[in-house]
Design a protein around this ligand. Structure first.
Ligand SMILES: [Zn+2]
Length: 115
């Protein structure tokens, strides 16, 4: 089985709402997460039901807002921002978790800098 995850250039602040094409406003996102992000800049924290700004990968630290489940297949939101981002981008979709499981089995995942 070959699993290909295509990456896309994402506008952190969407171009449709005035986001500029500058490095500060661009990041890589997998096609699935990018599609679910669409032109949103916020999401609902499922724990509090409060609308919260999505994670900003250029200004915030991944480790402050997310961690991996013990088996390395699921991203867990640690903060309102992290939980809202996991929910909005549906970061734990079944296909992605199956890919992560395979990556774990060959030692590619989770990334060393995100543990
Ligand atoms: Zn993704």
């Amino acid at each position: 089985m070959i699993i290909v995850v295509s990456m896309e250039l994402d506008y952190i602040v969407p171009e449709s709402t005035g986001g500029e094409t500058v490095a500060e406003n661009l990041c890589l996102a997998c096609a699935g997460c990018n599609a679910h992000k669409y032109n949103f800049e916020s999401g609902i924290d499922p724990e509090t039901n409060i609308e919260t700004a999505l994670f900003h990968p250029r200004r915030q630290s991944w480790d402050d807002h997310f961690c991996w489940s013990n088996d390395g297949t699921m991203i867990i939101g640690l903060s309102p921002c992290g939980r809202a981002t996991v929910a909005r981008l549906r970061m734990n979709r079944r296909d992605v978790m199956e890919s992560r499981s395979l990556w774990v089995s060959v030692g590619w995942h989770p990334p060393v800098d995100a543990q």
